[in-house]
Design a binder for this molecule. Structure first.
Ligand SMILES: *Cc1c(COP(=O)(O)O)cnc(C)c1O
Length: 223
């Protein structure tokens, strides 16, 4: 079932986005076992993302052959567990976190590749830089944090909303992404799109999607 789902999605994104870019599928693996994740990797998944440090660490040695992303809210006191182990931290959402990442990465002689998280819908429940401050924050981190290498932007769409409003938000992110990329070729990823909205995101310029439910089925949280 997982393998079939992976292949279906990979086939669908094979042609890339309307901007002529390859679309990268990141499997969002929260609550999934290492066996399930390895099944997805065997079916073609190249990138996986966890959103809790504890789960990331527990599964780390049992999952093989994929690039590791961290996609959840990251507490500063847990940064140390990710140093040297993540290919891309997508949730760089505040300067306090950048400070801690810089400190830990420098000590380990490592460079943290990150996406700047933008709170595009201005939602109180979500973290991230505001869309007005994101450009300046990106430039500042790019210039002043030697052990952080920014590779693009990440955002989550509000769950509720008309398709045209959501499309407008993706387009706004895409405009910001294009402006940054013009000045910095390392800016390569616009990570937007989850199971419920990924097609709309890709149509409007996303080139990285993070899918959980679409690949693995509904999540059941242990109580
Ligand atoms: C869980 C999660 C996803 C995937 O969500 P689905 O709706 O299951 O596809 C994507 N991004 C982040 C940050 C997540 O935590």
């Amino acid at each position: 079932m997982i393998a079939e789902n992976v292949k279906t999605i990979l086939r669908e994104i094979e042609g890339g986005n309307p901007f002529g870019e390859k679309v990268t599928l990141v499997a969002a693996t929260k609550t999934r076992t290492a066996d399930e994740i390895n099944e997805a990797i065997a079916a073609g998944v190249t990138d996986i993302g966890e959103n809790k440090v504890q789960e990331f660490t527990q599964k780390y040695d049992f999952v093989h052959g994929a690039r590791r992303h961290f996609i959840g809210h990251l507490q500063t006191n847990k940064v140390k567990y990710l140093v040297g182990k993540t290919d891309l931290i997508q949730s760089l959402d505040r300067f306090e976190l950048a400070d801690e990442l810089q400190k830990r990465a420098e000590k380990a002689a490592w460079t943290a590749e990150c996406l700047l998280e933008v709170n595009i819908g201005c939602e109180l429940s979500k973290s991230g830089f505001g869309s007005e401050e994101a450009y300046a924050a990106y430039k500042k981190i790019g210039a002043a944090y030697k052990n952080i290498r920014l590779r693009g932007l990440m955002a989550m769409l509000p769950l509720e909303g008309k398709a045209e409003d959501q499309a407008a938000l993706v387009k706004r992110m895409r405009a910001l992404f294009d402006a940054l990329r013009k000045e910095d070729a390392a800016c390569a990823h616009l990570s937007m799109g989850m199971s419920g909205d990924w097609r709309l995101c890709v149509e409007n310029g996303s080139n990285m999607i993070r899918l959980g439910t679409c690949l693995f089925g509904e999540r059941h949280y242990a109580v």
